[in-house]
Design a protein around this ligand. Structure first.
Ligand code: OGA
Ligand code: MN
Length: 281
């Protein structure tokens, strides 16, 4: 296959065309996809018609497939797939409804957060021809590069402390205890991308509790300042979903956020797969 790459105009979100993931993918075509992905951090492959098994097989090209460790929304019969959906069937949600309304990077609360996540779109919430449920992506690599030199110096070598447990305990929807299985973690606030070597800001709106030796209030102020910077216009790509889209994001060089601007009877249904990563450094 011969692929083409269309620049999104943002540092990330480039579209790869000329790919049919239902057909065998030769190594050189995959290498082209992987290179574009490593370079920009989020790539979009449209117009796919994937079975769950085909999505898992393609995901495996990026590395070992990891099951989502929280909740129990694996797809029946193919539990490497996490169902992300607002649909209720027989009184029960078929998937994780809230996969991240705040800016985050997937599973930052683990020791070895995933290299990447792949989200495949099966149903898009819409009313007439208006589409809802976009996902926003921001480049933590381009945002780091754009920091003033003084701020880069201030951040150099700082560790950040993240607590999924503390965050989960503030929930009021019956998921208060779901953080208990995950010990708090410490990662570098600026991490080096394991493949490109780029410096990336690495923090989360809801989970980052302490940075360096700053107190709670100063930590919260710095988290807000950095996330405001990362998510400012020059670093953001907004994805308007279409059925058949596969979006792949790098959990080191990007963060993302779901727009929760729809409700049933508008249905949204996505299949996510996740690829194991390495310990941040
Ligand atoms: C996720 C996620 C965003 C969305 O699946 O990790 O954050 O828009 N999804 O569903
Ligand atoms: Mn996510």
């Amino acid at each position: 296959m011969t692929i083409a790459i269309r620049d999104s105009g943002a540092p990330l979100g480039h579209e790869i065309s000329g790919v049919d993931l239902t057909r065998p993918l030769d190594d050189s075509t995959f290498a082209g996809i992987e290179k574009a992905f490593n370079n920009c951090g989020v790539v979009v492959i449209r117009d796919q018609n994937l079975t769950p098994a085909q999505q898992v097989a393609f995901t495996r090209r990026f590395g070992e497939v990891e099951r989502y460790p929280v909740g129990s929304f694996g797809l029946p019969g193919q539990d490497e797939i996490l169902v992300v959906s607002n649909i209720i069937e027989e009184g029960k949600p078929i998937g994780l409804i809230d996969a991240g309304r705040n800016w985050h990077s997937d599973m930052l609360f683990t020791q070895r957060p995933p290299r990447c996540s792949l989200l495949y779109c099966l149903e898009v919430p819409h009313q007439d021809d208006k589409i809802f449920g976009d996902t926003l992506f921001a480049s933590t690599a381009a945002a780091y590069d754009g920091l003033p030199a003084g701020m880069k110096q201030r951040l150099a070598g700082l560790k950040a402390f993240h607590s999924f447990r503390a965050y989960a305990s503030t929930k009021t929807d019956g998921r208060e205890k779901e953080g208990e299985a995950f010990p708090d973690v410490i990662h570098p606030l600026v991490r080096t991308h394991p493949i490109t070597g780029r410096q990336c800001l690495y923090l989360s709106h809801s989970l980052t509790r302490r940075i360096g030796d700053l107190g709670e209030t100063e930590t919260a102020a710095l988290v807000r300042q950095l996330i405001d910077h990362i998510t400012s216009e020059p670093y953001v790509y907004r994805h308007h979903w279409r059925v058949g889209d596969l979006v792949i994001w790098d959990n080191c060089s990007s963060m993302h956020r779901a727009m929760f601007d729809y409700a049933l009877p508008q249905r949204r249904r996505m299949h996510r797969t996740t690829v194991m990563g390495t310990q941040p450094f």
